[in-house]
Design a protein around this ligand. Structure first.
Ligand SMILES: CC(C)[C@H](C(=O)O)[C@@H](O)C(=O)O
Ligand code: SF4
Length: 473
């Protein structure tokens, strides 16, 4: 009998060599996904030293950050900088013999949606990629984490990384998710509770009945956004739901190999007496739909709440932090959150751009029109999600309600293409980051679930989604 956490087991299985007594190891990496934005210098360094990529078959190059999402798709980027990045990315794919999902590829999309669609994520894997939301893969019982450009170079050259093992945090979520709430509200509640750096230095394991009950999409939302609490890894022990979801995906084993794989994957769980460095318990039965009112993901509250009053804050530093958040957000203390008017509504991103998110939004929008002063934009997480939404009639429903229905990419999640807000714009956003300028210089972001965004788009202001729901929705 061992007493290890799932995280420790995955690390143990991937350690090539222990490097010191401070927790540094040489870690074997099973898979990597690179985007056009964070990989160029890594490739340049390999070229300078005339090094090959050690195992090109384990890498995928995928364009998502800078590509336009205008409905009529072509290969051209909007600006010269983006075009340069994409052109170099294409050259690197060719030069190093690595598969590329280019803009017009039917498999293209945001990397954290594409990866599992293509069956690249399997339980037990360690996946390091040039993007912080690689934590998403924890939903499949894989350890995923983001790496910087020099680490990408090391990984490409050696298939390994110098890695510092993390402390472990068990987040147990009990209770039944209430009406109107989703995985987004659970993760926003956790971040609000522990703070935007509350899990820095930790790998989180999520467990408990509310996690078991979540769909795969919900689990991905949860693990994806765990990085906004500082976690460089968030993992859920794989169960039958995972196996059913990944079965038959491209690149998954089949037949006898598949049977062997799931037999091994069923053992991927923390031991009953595993020791965690930290434990957090959340009862989700009294959650209410969440929104952020500030410039950090932990500056959040239930939609029934009000903009906080800095004067009530005794701690001078915290008071100043609050004041500057409200100044940037253009909000008055005490304003009911449900009275904050918006100019934009955005649904998309690797946090909430999957088919289930679009279905949740459509269920709210059905039969409504968006408020005349609101520009509503929906950017599916992948080309596959887009096609699926069209087949299901969701796209038509969005368009009839007044939304723009666009092609896939990161888009207004980080505004690196032409999908940029203007100073003073205020966006109800189903994304993951709300720091100043995230969606455009001087623009204001309120994070929330896609259903909440849909409701806000209709109302023209932040609003409690439960007002738009019948008990059956
Ligand atoms: C561009 C990339 C480095 C970045 C990340 O790592 O997360 C981006 O995807 C984001 O969401 O801010
Ligand atoms: S959708 Fe947003 S969070 Fe996700 S990878 Fe793209 S920019 Fe980063």
């Amino acid at each position: 009998m061992t007493n290890k956490t799932l995280y420790e087991k995955l690390i143990d299985q991937h350690v090539v060599r222990k490097l010191d007594d401070e927790g540094h190891v040489l870690l074997y990496i099973d898979r990597s996904i690179l985007n056009e934005y964070t990989s160029p210098q890594a490739f340049s360094a390999l070229r300078d030293h005339q090094r090959p990529v050690r195992n090109p078959g384990t890498i995928l190059l995928n364009i998502d950050h800078v590509n336009p999402t205008r409905p009529e798709r072509d290969e051209a980027m909007t600006d010269a900088g983006g075009q340069l990045q994409v052109d170099y990315f294409r050259q690197n794919a060719e030069h190093f013999g690595i598969e590329l999902f280019d803009v017009l590829d039917p498999r293209q999309g945001i990397e954290h949606v594409v990866a599992h669609e293509q069956g690249l994520v399997m339980p037990g894997m360690v996946i390091a990629a040039g993007d912080s939301h690689t934590t998403t893969y924890g939903a499949f019982g894989a350890l995923g984490f983001g790496i910087g450009t020099s680490e990408i170079e090391h990984l490409l050259a050696t298939q390994t990384l110098i890695y510092r093992t993390l402390k472990t945090m068990l987040v147990t979520v009990s209770g039944e998710l209430p009406f109107g709430c989703s995985a987004k509200d659970i993760i926003m509640a956790l971040i609000e509770q522990i703070g935007a750096s509350g899990a820095t230095g930790f790998a989180i394991e999520f467990a408990g009945e509310a996690i078991d009950a979540l769909s795969m999409e919900g689990r991905m939302t949860l693990c994806n956004m765990a990085v906004e609490a500082g976690a460089r890894g968030a993992i859920i022990a794989p169960d039958e739901k995972v196996f059913a979801y990944i079965a038959g995906k491209p690149q998954m084993p089949t037949g006898e190999l598949w049977q062997q794989a799931i037999a091994e994957w069923r053992d991927l769980r923390s031991d009953a007496d595993a020791r965690f460095d930290s434990r957090i318990a959340i009862d989700c039965s009294d959650l209410e739909p969440k929104v952020t009112w500030g410039i950090s993901p932990d500056q959040a509250s239930a939609i029934t709440g009000r903009v906080p009053d800095p004067a009530q804050e005794k701690d001078a530093v915290k008071q100043q932090t609050l004041r500057s958040a409200l100044k940037y957000m253009g909000l008055e203390p005490g304003t009911p959150l449900a009275e904050i008017a918006i100019t934009h509504a955005f649904i998309g991103s690797c946090t909430n751009g999957r088919i289930e998110d679009l279905r949740a939004a459509a269920a709210i929008i059905d039969g409504h029109k968006i408020a005349p002063h609101v520009r509503g934009i929906i950017v599916p997480g992948s080309t596959q999600v887009r096609q699926q939404a069209e087949v299901e009639g969701l796209a038509a429903l969005f368009v009839n309600a007044g939304f723009e229905w666009r092609q896939s990419g990161c888009s207004m999640c980080l505004a690196m293409n032409e999908d940029v807000l203007a100073p003073g714009d205020r966006c109800a956003s189903g994304t993951n980051r709300n720091f100043p300028g995230r969606q455009g210089a001087g623009a204001r972001t309120h994070l929330m679930s896609p259903a909440m965004v849909a409701a806000a788009a209709i109302a023209g202001h932040l609003v409690d989604v439960r007002k738009f729901m019948t008990a059956e929705v």
